[in-house]
Design a protein around this ligand. Structure first.
Ligand code: NAD
Length: 469
C-alpha cells in the first residue's frame, strides 16, 4: 500500500504541490509513498511565511521558545512508534534502531531546550556599560541527508528555533516521510511560519541555497555537495554550517582486550550498515593483534543478520538508495579486481539494496577503499607496527570528522587522540554523541559545529550595545 497523504507544512498549514516524488523502500525496492515535489512557487511561499514569522518569534521570550522546542521533543516521543515504523520503511534501518533514532531526536529537543545564551557584560571603563547579546540571524534553510533523517533534522530545528530564528527545512528526497510527519504533528502548536517543512527533488536544494530570502544555510550531507552549497551561498554571504563527510580512522593498540574491542569496533564501523558520518571507515590495527582482531570481526560479520529492518531479529538493513548502492558495489568490485582478501557475511540476494558486511584484509594505503568514504558496510583493516606511522596515515586525508583510539592504557590513548586532526575523537568506543558537546568536522569534513552551546551560537550573531553615562 502506498502512502500518498503526507503533506508539507507551510505557514502552519498543510501544503501540497502539483508534482509528486516517489519514495522507495530500500529493503524491497517497492514504491511505498509519493510526497510533494515542491518547486519555486512552494519555496517562495515557505520563505515568505518564515520571513513574516521572524520578528514575532525573535521577540518571543526565550523561555517560551524553549517550551515549544521541548514540546516538539515530547510530541516526537509520544508518537515514537508510528514515526519509527515509517522511518524503517523509508530508510531501511532495523526497527530497534529506528526507535532509537526517534527517541534520540526527542531527547535532543529536550536537552537543547535547557541551553541558554545569557548577555555578556564586557568591561568598558568608567562611565560606560557594554553588553554583548546573541541575537538570531533570521531565516534559516535547513538541508538534511538520508542516513539519520530524523535526528539530523532535529539538530537543526531545535537550536534554530530556540535561538529565535525561523526555518525552512528540506529533508533528503530519499527519506522525506518521517520528517514530513513530524511537521504535521507539530504544526498546531508551533506558531505559523516558524517552521516550514518542504520536500522536493534535486532542483530544490540549490534553489534554497541560492535564494536571497535565507540568511543562513545549515547543511548536512556530502563534502562534494557542501562545496556547491558554499559556492551558491557566496553571492549573498549567507552564514553557513556545513556538516560533511568523513573517513574516520581507528587506531587499535596491541594492549586491548581482543574480543571486547573487536565487537565494539565492529559496531563502530557497521551500525546503520556503515551509513554513519562518524562510522569507523579505516581501522589501523597493531600487527601483534591484527590476526586476532580480524578473525573475531570476521566471526561477527558471518553471524550478523542482515535483511528487511521491519523483520524481527534483523540487525543490519540495506543501503538506503540505488545511487549509493551502486557506489558501494563499485568499491567492492574494485577490491575484488585488485585481489584484496575479503571476509564477508551473508546478505539477501534479491529485492533490496543489500551489500554483505565485508572486511578487507590489509589493502594498500593507496587503495580506493582506504582513501575514499565508503558509506556502506565495508571496512578496510590495515596492519601497523609503528604508532607514529599509524597516526600519520590516519591524518593523511582531506577529511577530519572523527576518529577512535583503542588501548587499555587511557593515557597513551589520549596522547594519540590529541594528535588526530579531527573534530571528535573517542577512546575505547565509537559514535558517542551528546546534545551538550560541540560536534563538527575539521578540514573538508565541515565548517562550524552543531550541538552544545557552540552549536547554538551558530544560529546567532553577537550584537554589542554600548551605553554611555
Ligand atoms: P548529499 O550531499 O547527496 O545530500 C544531502 C542533502 O543535500 C539532501 O537533502 C539533498 O537533497 C541536498 N542537496 C543535494 N544537492 C544539493 C545542492 N547542490 N544544493 C543544496 N542541497 C543539495 O548527501 P547524502 O548522500 O544525503 O548524505 C551522505 C553524506 O552525508 C555522507 O558523505 C556523510 O558522511 C555525510 N553526513 C555528514 C554528517 C555530519 O554531521 N558531518 C552527518 C550525516 C551524513
Amino acid at each position: 500500500m502506498t502512502h500518498n497523504t503526507l503533506s508539507m507544512t507551510i505557514n502552519g498549514q498543510a501544503a501540497d504541490s502539483q508534482n509528486r516524488l516517489e519514495v522507495v523502500n530500500p529493503a524491497t525496492g517497492a514504491v511505498i509513498a509519493s510526497v510533494p515535489d515542491a518547486g519555486a512557487p512552494e519555496l517562495e511561499t515557505a520563505i515568505s511565511a518564515a520571513r513574516a514569522a521572524f520578528p514575532g518569534w525573535r521577540d518571543t521570550p526565550w523561555a517560551e521558545r524553549a517550551a515549544i522546542v521541548n514540546r516538539i521533543g515530547e510530541t516526537i516521543a509520544a508518537n515514537a512508534a508510528e514515526l519509527a515504523t515509517m522511518l524503517t520503511r523509508e530508510q531501511g534501518k532495523p526497527a530497534e534502531q529506528a526507535q532509537f533514532e526517534v527517541m534520540a531526536a526527542a531527547q535532543w529537543c529536550q536537552a537543547t531546550a535547557t541551553l541558554t545564551l545569557p548577555d555578556r557584560e564586557i568591561e568598558a571603563g568608567p562611565g560606560r556599560r557594554q553588553v554583548t547579546r546573541y541575537v538570531p540571524i533570521g531565516v534559516v534553510a535547513g538541508i538534511s541527508p538520508w542516513n539519520f533523517p530524523v535526528v539530523l533534522s532535529i539538530w537543526k530545528i531545535a537550536p534554530a528555533l530556540l535561538a529565535g530564528n525561523t526555518l525552512v527545512l528540506k529533508p533528503s528526497p530519499f527519506t522525506p516521510m518521517t520528517v514530513l510527519r513530524i511537521g504535521e504533528l507539530i504544526r498546531d502548536f508551533v506558531p505559523a511560519g516558524v517552521i516550514n517543512v518542504i520536500t522536493g527533488g534535486d532542483a530544490l536544494g540549490p534553489m534554497m541555497t541560492a535564494h536571497p530570502g535565507f540568511d543562513k544555510v545549515s547543511f548536512t550531507g556530502s563534502t562534494a555537495t557542501g562545496r556547491r552549497v558554499m559556492e551558491s551561498a557566496a553571492p549573498t554571504l549567507k552564514r553557513l554550517t556545513l556538516e560533511l563527510g568523513g573517513n574516520d580512522a581507528a587506531i587499535v593498540m596491541p594492549d586491548v582486550n581482543v574480543t571486547e574491542t573487536a565487537e565494539k569496533l565492529f559496531w563502530s564501523a557497521f551500525t546503520n550498515s556503515g551509513q554513519v558520518c562518524v562510522a569507523t571507515k579505516r581501522a589501523y590495527v597493531h600487527n601483534d593483534i591484527y590476526d586476532a582482531i580480524r578473525d573475531e570481526m570476521a566471526k561477527l560479520a558471518k553471524a550478523v543478520p542482515m535483511g528487511d529492518g521491519s523483520q524481527q531479529g534483523v540487525a543490519l538493513g540495506p543501503i538506503q538508495n540505488k545511487p549509493q548502492y551502486e557506489r558501494v558495489k563499485a568499491l567492492l568490485a574494485d577490491c575484488e579486481a585488485n585481489g584484496y582478501g575479503l571476509l564477508q557475511g551473508e546478505a539477501p540476494q534479491d529485492g533490496g539494496f543489500f551489500v554483505p558486511v565485508t572486511l578487507v584484509d590489509n589493502p594498500p594505503e593507496e587503495s580506493r577503499i582506504v582513501r575514499e568514504e565508503q558509506f556502506g558496510p565495508i571496512l578496510p583493516l590495515v596492519r601497523f607496527t609503528d604508532v607514529e606511522d599509524a597516526i600519520s596515515k590516519a591524518n593523511n586525508t582531506d577529511m577530519g570528522l572523527a576518529g577512535t583510539v583503542w588501548s587499555a592504557d587511557t593515557e597513551t590513548a589520549l596522547r594519540i587522540a590529541e594528535r588526530m586532526d579531527t573534530g571528535s575523537v573517542w577512546i575505547n568506543e565509537g559514535l558517542a554523541l551528546s546534545p551538550f558537546a560541540a560536534f563538527g568536522g575539521r578540514k573538508q569534513s565541515g565548517v562550524g559545529v552543531e550541538n552544545g552551546v557552540e552549536g547554538l551560537l551558530a544560529y546567532t550573531e553577537p550584537k554589542t550595545f554600548v551605553v554611555a553615562g
